[in-house]
Design a protein around this ligand. Structure first.
Ligand code: ACO
Length: 312
């Protein structure tokens, strides 16, 4: 048997904020944001919507799509840097709201790589036969830790949630290889300060990401015994179009075979990858038997990548 994705879901806040809107908040321009980052607009959650609300909606959609009942869920893993509260965890809140009475619950803290860490943690529990079905969520309300006086970060971020039900799939399908990594020495380049605001040294994070993302992508392809020509679709963490392009160019795949939700949603940290995965699946961009590579990086510093064969 393999371990793979049984269903996906995502939630998008309704409030759309364009680059022109951002021009009214800070000293920036639509042109600067577009050319430096690839972002055109982002979504912000309303005041009465918190991370757990978005996580809940995404999770419900993933369960429906997977045709899995809440009672079948053995574990809930939510990747987030913006939980409603440090504790109880968002996962416990979801457990209660879903009524998932057989599920254990914990949050995963690996910043923008969190969904990759969650997915690989889920894989281990399923492979050892400890659990059968695990709900992995990436959800962020980054607008609540955004420093609205820092133009170099506030224009980048957006809110949202994505989820996947992970479980057994047929032999040869599902996760073929993975890579996870960390370098705590780089923690000072991207962190939450005492005022609870996100602080980033953009240039240093850029240098790390533009090297790490193509490298991790190639590593999981090699580990899976594949060649770069075998990859049908690439889903990179949506942090900056230029960083994503570096991975795409290394793979030598056409633009239409890479998810670019950054244009519409900005950087959603741990939610970026599952949102893009869910959207790609729903839009038919990934099909049965396709080789899909997911690759993320973020605060910690952390990184993670997965090569999988899509389908059950
Ligand atoms: N509008 C206009 N000018 C700006 C803005 C803005 N919003 N932000 C910065 N600038 C200015 C700077 O002040 C600087 O001006 P100066 O030269 O007079 O000092 C100039 O633009 C260039 O600044 P740089 O920081 O060199 O710009 P760069 O091309 O590196 O782009 C960016 C900045 C977009 C942040 C880039 O460094 C980047 O994408 N880094 C990686 C970010 C990332 O991947 N983060 C991932 C983790 S964060 C998370 O996921 C939650």
């Amino acid at each position: 048997m393999g371990v793979g994705v049984l269903g996906t879901g995502h939630y998008l806040p309704t409030k759309v904020v364009t680059n022109k809107d951002m021009e009214k908040l800070v000293d920036t321009t639509d042109e600067w944001i577009r050319t430096r980052t690839g972002i055109e607009e982002r979504r912000f959650a309303e005041d009465d919507i918190d991370t757990s609300d978005m996580a809940f909606y995404a999770a419900k959609q993933a369960l429906e799509e997977a045709n899995v009942t809440v009672d079948e869920i053995d574990l809930i893993l939510t990747a987030t840097v913006t939980p409603d509260t440090p504790f109880p965890s968002v996962s416990c809140m979801i457990q209660e709201r879903l009524g998932a009475k057989n599920a254990a619950a914990l949050d995963v803290s690996a910043a923008c790589s969190g969904f990759m860490y969650g997915m690989i943690t889920a894989k281990q529990f399923i492979e050892t036969n400890a659990y059968k079905k695990i709900l992995v969520i990436g959800a962020e309300k980054l607008s609540k830790i955004t420093n609205w006086e820092d133009r170099s970060t506030c224009v980048l971020l957006g809110d949202g949630a994505g989820a996947a039900v992970i479980g057994e799939v047929s032999e040869g399908k599902g996760i073929l290889s993975f890579e996870l990594g960390s370098n705590g020495a780089g923690g000072k380049e991207l962190y939450q300060n005492e005022q609870d605001m996100l602080v980033m040294n953009g240039r240093e994070v850029y240098k790390f990401a533009v090297r790490q993302m193509p490298e991790s992508t190639m590593n999981v392809i090699d580990k899976a015994g594949l060649k770069k020509e075998d990859v049908d679709y690439l889903i990179p963490h949506q942090a900056n179009i230029r960083i994503m392009e570096a991975a795409r160019e290394r793979l030598e795949i056409s633009e239409d075979r890479m998810a670019t939700t950054i244009k519409k949603y900005g950087n959603n940290s741990a939610a970026s990858i599952p949102m893009a995965l869910s959207e790609a699946a729903k839009e038919g961009k990934i099909k049965d038997n396709d080789i899909v590579v997911l690759v993320g990086f973020g605060g910690g510093l952390t990184w993670g990548a997965v090569a999988l064969r899509w389908g059950k």
